[in-house]
Write a protein that binds this ligand. Structure first.
Ligand code: IMP
Ligand code: MG
Length: 182
C-alpha cells in the first residue's frame, strides 16, 4: 500500500490559493459594499481554511456563522442525496440579512441547493455562494455557484480544509489522490 503522501499531486498550490482568495475578496467587497447586514456562513468542516483566508482579505463589514450538514449515502451513486442539518446557525433570526455561504467544493450540487432553500425559508434577504472548488462534471442537480475559486476535473481532492477520511485538512494546498497507485 503506497502511503497517502506519495499518492498526491498538487492541484492548487498555496500561492494559487492566496491569489484566489484575494480575487474573491475583492469581488465580494465590490458586490456587498451597500449590504450593511451580511453573514459569511461557513459550512463545516471543509470551509474553515478557505473562509479564514477569505475574510481576512475582505473589507466588507460582516458577521460570521457556521452550519454543518450531512448528505446521506455519499459516494453511493444510487443515493437519494438527502441533505440534513446537523448543526444549525448560531444566529436565530436571519431576516434582513444577506447570507453568503462559504463552501469548500460543489460536487453534485445537492448541499448548496438544499442550503439555499433552507436559508430563504428562514427569511434571509438574499442567499449566494462562494466556493473554492467547482466540479461541474459531477452535477446531479443544476446549481451554479455565485463566486468560484477554480474549476477542477472529476478527481478526489484533499487539503486546505478538505478531508480524506477526516484527515489531511491541514495541508496548505489542494491535492488530488492518484487512484492508480494503491
Ligand atoms: P455536493 O452536495 O455533492 O455538492 O457535496 C459537496 C460536499 O461533498 C462538499 O462539501 C465536500 O464535503 C464533499 N466532497 C465532494 N467532493 C469532494 C472531494 O473531492 N474531496 C473531499 N470532499 C468532497
Ligand atoms: Mg463539505
Amino acid at each position: 500500500m503506497t502511503p497517502m503522501t506519495d499518492r498526491l499531486h498538487i492541484l492548487v498550490s498555496a500561492e494559487e490559493l492566496s491569489a484566489i482568495t484575494s480575487r474573491l475578496a475583492a469581488e465580494i467587497d465590490r458586490d456587498y459594499a451597500d449590504h450593511p447586514r451580511m453573514i459569511l456562513l461557513g459550512i463545516l468542516k471543509g470551509s474553515i481554511l478557505f473562509m479564514s483566508d477569505l475574510m481576512k482579505k475582505m473589507k466588507t463589514v460582516c458577521e460570521i456563522d457556521f452550519m454543518k450538514v450531512s448528505s446521506y449515502g455519499r459516494g453511493v451513486r444510487s443515493s437519494t442525496g438527502e441533505v440534513q442539518v446537523t448543526l444549525d446557525l448560531f444566529r436565530e433570526d436571519i431576516r434582513q440579512y444577506d447570507v453568503l455561504i462559504v463552501e469548500d467544493i460543489v460536487d453534485s450540487g445537492r448541499t448548496l441547493t438544499f442550503l439555499t432553500r433552507y436559508l430563504l425559508d428562514k427569511g434571509a434577504k438574499s442567499v449566494r455562494s462562494c466556493v473554492l472548488l467547482d466540479k461541474p462534471s459531477r452535477r446531479e442537480v443544476p446549481y451554479i455557484p455565485d463566486y468560484v475559486g477554480t474549476v477542477i476535473p472529476d478527481e478526489f481532492v484533499l487539503g486546505y480544509g478538505l478531508d480524506y477520511d477526516e484527515k489531511y485538512r491541514n495541508l496548505p494546498y489542494v491535492a488530488a489522490v492518484d487512484q492508480s497507485k494503491n
